[in-house]
Design a protein around this ligand. Structure first.
Ligand SMILES: [Zn+2]
Length: 504
């Protein structure tokens, strides 16, 4: 049984219907922004153009003059509509020369942009730059180039926003920036450097979605063990979509059962004010008199003893009938692992106990660390190619700590632990992680807090387990580096606690 009001589309339509205009506007702005930038790029790339006999002459914006003998009218119009200098060069020069020239200039432009970008990172306390190699300060694992480019892009966007706090401080409030930083901090704690590097490439090529805490959001299939997990679907979808689509606090929602259907109700709809009109004197409640301490009757001055006054209105809050109350959304979500109908397993071994809201794990030492072999041991996941990750009747969204990824292939990866956070309706499985309105940055915070517990010990253990398996090519990490990373990640704990309290 699918509930139409649980679907991603239902949640999105409620945003569009002005439940959260701010979010909608924000998204519109994001869409408009690149368009504006593009217009700038397409300014006329030349000052003048002239075709005399068969000689075409073009004056570029920097004053340089190009001319082409034996030009055609076609060449003339091609220049007239050229959007940049490269297109002009393409017309003015011979084909082979142009192809090389274009490639060289494009590469030069890319390197120049990258160098400028790296310079913009080098002035920030969060980054340490050595030549063209970029590190997060305090770590010894270099950022993969794709991630450097992503950081440059995020920093560039933030630099164009008006702000009155120091820039680094401003960045630390930017969800995307914080998410990327946390993501790579966790990667640094993964004993295998190449897995961490591949993971970003994998996410970039597939559907790159992470949470604010830096966890990877992925999909996998599972097998339902009990026949009727409707309430599990309802609770897990409502909880996560309230956060990811509406950006609201699930604490303020209650689930009811009405006419055989589950229903999500905001606190503000639990009661409605009812207005009444009355002439009964409120002082003596219509008696004309009231009793004092000694039960002596006292004449009511308010109504002159008549019990009636001029008509007046008053409001009372009346509970609205929504059916049978199942419970608060947050408390129900946190209690999911205890619900008997919340039982799934894997199709391959049929041995894993998989529950929404509870981590599924296998012993770290039983996974073989590999970047190639996808049939190898480990818990499989995908970014969006759901058909690759095991059979089953149910897709689920899982969160994965990058520190716990053991292998990355073309379309799927393996880890030794994941947290299933919600079931995904079949028709949403291929698109939910591509949907910009489903903001994964807002997903689970409690998992992050649990992951931070005794993190330094767990990280050291991971590197130790790894060194026992391989006697060569051991990744090196110092205890002080682990401590730096752990303390950086711990910063999010205080922020999460604040956030949970203040979110509305
Ligand atoms: Zn009275």
């Amino acid at each position: 049984m699918e509930h139409k009001f649980l679907s991603l589309d239902w949640f999105k339509s409620r945003v569009e219907n002005s439940i959260d205009r701010v979010i909608a506007n924000k998204i519109e702005n994001l869409i408009e922004e690149p368009a504006v930038k593009e217009q700038k790029i397409y300014e006329k790339p030349y000052i003048g153009i002239k075709l005399v006999n068969d000689t075409l002459t073009v004056v570029l914006t920097d004053g340089s003059v190009l001319s082409k003998p034996s030009a055609t009218e076609e060449d003339y119009y091609a220049i007239l509509h050229a959007r940049d200098e490269y297109e002009i060069l393409a017309v003015m020069a011979s084909h082979q020369v142009v192809a090389d020239q274009k490639a060289i200039e494009a590469e030069a432009a890319r390197i120049k942009a990258l160098q400028q970008g790296i310079e913009s990172l080098s002035v920030l306390p969060d980054f340490t730059v050595e030549g063209t190699t970029v590190y997060l300060t305090g770590t010894s694992r270099s950022l993969p180039q794709l991630l450097v480019e992503k950081f440059i892009e995020v920093v560039d966007i933030a630099a164009n926003e008006p702000s009155d706090v120091p820039f680094q401080e401003y960045l630390n409030q930017d969800d995307t920036y914080v998410a990327l930083k946390n993501f790579f901090m966790w990667c640094c704690l993964n004993p295998r450097a190449e897995v961490a590097h591949e993971l970003y490439r994998f996410l970039n090529e597939n559907s790159f979605r992470i949470t604010r805490q830096g966890f990877v959001v992925a999909l996998r299939n599972v097998v339902t063990l009990h026949g009727s997990p409707e309430l599990v679907h309802f609770i897990s979808n409502a909880y996560n979509k309230v956060k990811a689509v509406w950006k609201k606090n699930p604490d303020y929602y209650t689930i009811f059962l009405e006419h055989g259907e589950y229903k999500l109700v905001h606190d503000s709809a639990l009661i409605i004010p009812e207005t009444h009109t009355s002439t009964t004197c409120p002082e003596c409640e219509g008696e004309g008199q009231y009793e004092d301490w000694d039960d002596e009757p006292i004449f009511c001055e308010e109504c002159n003893g008549e019990g009636e006054i001029e008509p007046y209105t008053y409001t009372v809050d009346v509970p609205v009938d929504h059916g049978t109350k199942i419970g608060g959304l947050t408390e129900l979500y946190l209690d999911l692992p205890n619900r008997e109908e919340n039982r799934f397993t894997d199709d391959w071994t049929k041995t894993f106990d998989i529950r929404i809201g509870q981590v599924t794990s296998m012993p770290m030492e039983k996974c073989n660390w590999s970047t190639q072999d996808c049939a190898a041991a480990g818990l499989h996941f995908t970014a969006d190619q759901i058909h690759y990750v095991g059979c089953g009747d149910q897709s689920v969204i899982v969160l994965i700590n990058p520190m716990k990824v053991v292998g990355i292939g073309q379309h799927k990866g393996r880890c030794y632990e994941y947290l299933p956070i919600m079931t995904v309706p079949r028709e949403e499985a291929t698109r939910i992680l591509h949907d910009g309105m489903f903001d994964t940055l807002q997903l689970d915070e409690d998992y992050a807090i649990r992951e931070l517990e005794s993190l330094a010990e767990k990280a050291k253990e991971g590197f130790a387990t790894e060194s026992k398996k391989y006697e060569f090519n051991m990744p090196a990490i110092s205890a002080s580096e682990i401590n730096t990373i752990v303390s950086n990640l711990n910063d999010m704990k205080a922020k999460i606690v604040n956030r949970v309290v203040t979110i509305k």
